[in-house]
Design a protein around this ligand. Structure first.
Ligand code: S3P
Length: 429
């Protein structure tokens, strides 16, 4: 689908976000591991969480919906079923990587498949530690899905220092470790999103600036009954859309505010954005609140590479904010972006090129020469079937003086099915 976006002269209104994608997927997987019934409120209808939900059903979870709440009867760790069909993870790296850990731990043989984008993303990062734990994994060219997962030796515990700050990798190893008699430990140097540790209530300690997270069969899996907060990564599009628009006031209700996820708030604050947080509270193990953003003058920023894991999914939309900020901004240390749903550095560069921006592409990021008065008339954007690129291009399109077009815009539904309606509701041309 090609989406036509009309420029906006103002952005005003209140919106409710899609439920958090990362937490929804964990709620489904951890409910499978829980030996009992979990009641998950506000589970995401987006494609990735729905892929995960159907995989856990194939693994034995019984799922029904009552008045918008998912009632999930888990199998517990001992009774996970061998799926009769392939486990289709769709577009979701989180599903494939976390489920691989569960399969290895539970000693279930299965084939994991995904769409073209997912089959192009390296799985070497999980294959290596899982093989050390006793798994036998067959992958296309040794690195790519489909993955055939098998284990015909006892599960071995692992002491694993994360070679990259990845929450998917961390969670994969910990999930396998949850099935072992002996302790598996993951050592994290730079913090990545900590939803798994929180929702599984895993033991964590900090030793010399490193976080050590432990998991074994002795850990009780907590009941997963909670309400999933709104997705901060979805809020990011409106935070930037509001910040770069002169006439804007957007209220975003019930946003997840996990500190390992929301570095964008600190970044936008330093850039001079007008953002207020209200009604801060806890939703189960996760912090949440409401956010109000108004238009303001932004100034350039150099992102500390240490912050990258805490804003990794927000970098495409952050590049749009940088384009309208006074001065030169840099994103560096973000090579991981090249391994997302698409090579996002390439995709961001092409998005910026489409409007004639002044920038340089680096192997690990971008240097963007911004200007608050930057203008363009119209553009044709490629989304590369990547939800976050499609939505970032949409926010950028609002600033054109004429209509712009976004290719394969339906990909937004991977994380945010209501995005195009919300965009229409907020904007006045
Ligand atoms: C996710 C972790 C991040 C993020 C992805 C979701 C998760 O990936 O980019 O969208 O749910 O754990 P990495 O952990 O691989 O960086």
């Amino acid at each position: 689908m090609i989406k036509k976006i009309t420029s906006a002269s103002s952005l005003k209104g209140e919106l409710t976000l899609p439920p958090d994608k990362s937490i929804s997927q964990r709620a489904a997987i951890f409910s499978l591991l829980y030996d009992g019934v979990s009641e998950v409120k506000n589970y995401s209808q987006a494609q990735d969480p729905q892929s995960t939900l159907s995989c856990v059903q194939q693994l034995g979870a019984e799922v029904k919906e009552e008045n918008g709440t998912l009632i999930i009867k888990g199998t517990g760790r001992k009774n996970i079923k061998t799926p009769v069909k392939d486990l289709d993870c769709g577009n979701s790296g989180t599903a494939m990587r976390l489920l691989s850990g569960v399969l290895v731990g539970a000693n279930i043989s299965a084939k994991l498949v995904g769409d073209e984008s997912l089959c192009g993303r390296t799985m070497t990062r999980i294959i290596k530690p899982l093989e050390k734990m006793g798994a036998h994994i067959l992958a296309r060219n040794g690195a790519y899905a489909p993955l055939f997962i098998n284990r015909n030796e006892p599960l071995k515990p692992l002491q694993f220092e994360l070679p990259i700050p990845s929450a998917q990798l961390k969670s994969c190893v910990l999930l396998a470790g949850l099935f072992g008699e002996e302790l598996t430990q993951v050592i994290e140097i730079l913090p990545s999103r900590d939803h798994s540790e929180r929702l599984l209530n895993l033991d964590q300690k900090v030793v010399q600036d490193r976080k050590i997270i432990s998991a074994s069969l002795a850990d009780e899996i907590p009941n997963q009954s909670y309400t999933i907060p709104g997705d901060f990564s979805a809020a990011a599009f409106w935070l930037v859309a509001g910040a770069i628009q002169n006439d804007a006031e957007i209220k975003i209700g019930n946003v997840g505010l996990n500190p390992t996820r929301n570095a964008l708030l600190d970044i936008l604050d330093e850039m001079g954005a007008d953002i207020t947080i209200e009604n801060e509270r806890m939703e189960g193990a996760e912090p949440a609140g409401d956010i109000i953003v108004k238009g303001s003058d932004l100034k350039a920023i150099e992102i500390d590479p240490k912050m990258i894991p805490n804003c990794i999914d927000e970098l495409p939309i952050l590049s749009v904010a940088m384009l309208f900020a006074e001065g030169t901004s840099t994103i560096s240390g973000a090579e991981e972006l090249r391994h997302k749903e698409t090579d996002r550095i390439m995709a961001m560069a092409n998005m910026l090129n489409a409007v004639g921006a002044n920038f340089e592409e680096k192997e690990d990021g971008l240097i963007i020469h911004g200007d608050p008065d930057f203008s363009f008339s119209s553009a044709n954007f490629e989304s590369y079937h990547d939800h976050r690129i499609a939505m970032a291009a949409a926010v950028l399109s609002l600033k054109g003086s004429q209509e712009s077009f976004i290719k394969d815009a339906e990909s937004a539904a991977v994380s945010y099915p209501g995005f195009w309606n919300d965009l229409e509701d907020l904007s006045t041309s």
